[in-house]
Design a protein around this ligand. Structure first.
Ligand code: FES
Length: 154
């Protein structure tokens, strides 16, 4: 039978079926989908909600609560800057503003060439070395805007 335009992309139902009978199936489903697609595509959301018998607004609430889940795939390089209290008290807000200004991006945005995404994160476990950031998965303590931008654009 040919796929209709409303059918979820290939592989989505296998991911849902792999987890749907677990206790707490939603987060494992979302993690697997983001691993495969780089985000939680809008067109897969109705299938998830229907399979788990939850409303789409409940699903949206979970996806938006966890900042790691994306609506769109990230750029090839990802810079995360901590926005939590310990980092804010050590200049985290100014660090974030300066990095965004240098890159010409807003929080969660990806550069037009698809190269760089800047994302907020809420504690990286590096509070003692605040302000903290992460460049392509590598933690950076006592982060400084110019150095972060130089590394992410290198
Ligand atoms: S508050 Fe920023 S790393 Fe913990």
């Amino acid at each position: 039978m040919p796929a209709s335009q409303t059918d979820p992309p290939h592989g989505v139902m296998q991911i849902i079926d792999r987890h749907r009978h677990r206790e707490g199936p939603l987060l494992p489903i979302l993690h697997d989908l983001q691993h495969v697609f780089g985000c939680i595509p809008m067109q897969v959301r109705p299938a998830i909600a229907e399979a788990l018998n939850i409303t789409q607004s409940e699903l949206h609430g979970v996806i938006s609560f966890y900042h790691d889940f994306r609506d769109e795939p990230a750029g090839r390089h990802v810079l995360k800057i901590c926005r939590s209290e310990a980092c804010q008290s050590m200049g985290g807000a100014a660090l974030g503003d300066r990095v965004l200004s240098l890159l010409g991006l807003g929080w969660g945005e990806t550069s037009a060439d698809g190269r760089i995404t800047v994302e907020p994160v809420y504690c990286l476990g590096l509070c003692a070395c605040a302000p903290a950031a992460m460049v392509n998965g590598k933690l950076k303590g006592r982060a400084e805007a110019q150095a972060l931008v130089a590394e992410i654009t290198a």
